[in-house]
Design a protein around this ligand. Sequence first.
Ligand SMILES: [Zn+2]
Length: 105
Amino acid sequence: MGLGIRKEDTVYVTSGKFRGRRGRVLKVESGKDRVLIEKINIIKKHMKPNKAYSQGGIIEKEAPIHLSNVMLVCPKCSKPTKIGVTVLDGGRKDRTCKKCKEVID
Ligand SMILES: [Zn+2]
């Protein structure tokens, strides 16, 4: 796993329409540097009837946000922070909070 933002992290949106909001990461689109955040950046999509939506109509779903527009919310101090890296004995790397210096698992 990378040392950046991961699924299930809570993130803080730093720019755009949803600036200042926090949400849980549903998915990191690896290679695209984008994340889906629960209830953030909801778009309405018109669907034709298909297997999953037999009625068709309008559905609401999250659209991805670029990673440069979000910051990790530290689970220890609950502040938005940049992610630091601590190298442990044996070479294992842990993410750390740059604000409170605690290890973020
Ligand atoms: Zn912290």
